[in-house]
Design a protein around this ligand. Structure first.
Ligand code: A3P
Length: 315
């Protein structure tokens, strides 16, 4: 399944505005769905997303883009497979943990909702949706959710590089231009602030394990144990260590089943920026000027005021 005709499809039907429901305005390549900027390809598919049927034993992995989705997905898959590396290496991560709201042409190699609907249980499901846009069947079925949050500055940097390599995302210009859009929430999936706060609040009423990328960097074994407890898996020291090794940045960067090298360049051009780019905390210091950092921090303080959510921008 190679996405040979992806680009042709992109210009023909994928982005047909006429078919978009619930959307009112357009921002470049993005469409507002209930006030959240979303790729047109997702907006086109929105009715199916809303109608998605979750099952009680689904495990949902939710993140704002670039927060460590692939990393935690590999960890959860390994935990569910009792640390069986061979099993986890049988298919690319986007088959083992399909991206719920994503819509790709049939002939592309990225499965979405249709594939999920045909998948046997138990399913692992990835989503970047802000909490208020999750299909209601997820709450009705009381699915377990693992959310990963990463500090806003490193997400901005990672997202900027990702934007360059993804064909479906419009050119966002310079780093300064991207940063302005990111602060204003005018990027794919909208405001980082609303996303992390919305999911944080939801913990009070639903089974959500809320993890932080920085904690995972600091002590992956400790965070993997949290995942195991949440999923009621007792796998023992040796298996835990195996999972830590298998999901290290270097191992995942070299693993074709996790580094997205199986995706066509027409969709994700990793010559521009590798998906497994740096995998560190604090890379923002190499991108933000002092002035940008000051403006960002002042705005951050306002947007996060009153929230008990605290992020580390270095470890
Ligand atoms: P950088 O661009 O800062 O390197 P997502 O999967 O949500 O798109 O997140 C991608 C980010 O997570 C990238 O960040 C990537 O390098 C990082 N990442 C992926 N696997 C990782 C791992 N095993 N350890 C640390 N970071 C990882």
């Amino acid at each position: 399944m190679r996405p040979k005709r992806w680009l042709e499809h992109k210009t023909i039907s994928c982005f047909n505005m006429q078919t978009i429901e619930n959307s009112s305005q357009q921002q470049g390549d993005l469409v507002l769905i209930h006030n959240v900027p979303m790729l047109k390809a997702i907006a086109n598919n929105w009715a199916q997303v809303e109608a998605f049927q979750a099952r009680p034993d689904d495990i949902i992995i939710a993140t704002y883009p670039k927060a460590g989705t692939t990393w935690v997905s590999e960890i959860v898959d390994m935990v569910c497979n009792n640390g069986d590396v061979e099993k986890s290496c049988q298919a690319p991560i986007y088959y083992r943990v399909p991206y719920m709201e994503f819509f790709a042409p049939e002939e592309s190699d990225i499965p979405g909702i249709k594939y999920l609907n045909s998948m046997a249980s138990p399913r692992l499901i990835k989503t970047h949706l802000p909490v208020q846009l999750l299909p209601k069947s997820v709450w009705e079925n009381n699915c377990k959710v693992i959310y990963v949050a990463r500090n806003a500055k490193d997400v901005a940097v990672s997202f900027f590089h990702f934007y360059q390599s993804v064909q479906m995302l419009q050119d966002v210009g310079s780093w300064e231009e991207f940063l302005q859009k990111y602060i204003a929430g005018e990027v794919s999936y909208g405001s980082w602030y609303d996303h992390v706060k919305g999911w944080w609040e939801k913990r009070q009423e639903h089974r959500i394990l809320y993890l932080f990328y920085e904690d995972m960097k600091e002590d992956p074994a400790r965070e993997i144990r949290k995942v195991m407890r949440f999923l009621e898996k007792d796998l023992g020291e040796e298996v835990q260590e195996k999972i830590v090794r298998h999901t290290s940045f270097q191992a995942m960067k070299e693993n074709p089943m996790t580094n997205y090298e199986t995706i066509s360049h027409e969709v994700l051009d990793q010559t521009v920026s590798p998906f497994m780019r740096k995998g560190i905390t604090g890379d923002w210091k190499n991108h933000f000027t002092v002035a940008q950092s000051e403006v960002f921090d002042a705005d951050y303080a306002q947007k996060m005021e009153g929230s008990e959510l605290h992020f580390r921008t270095e470890i």
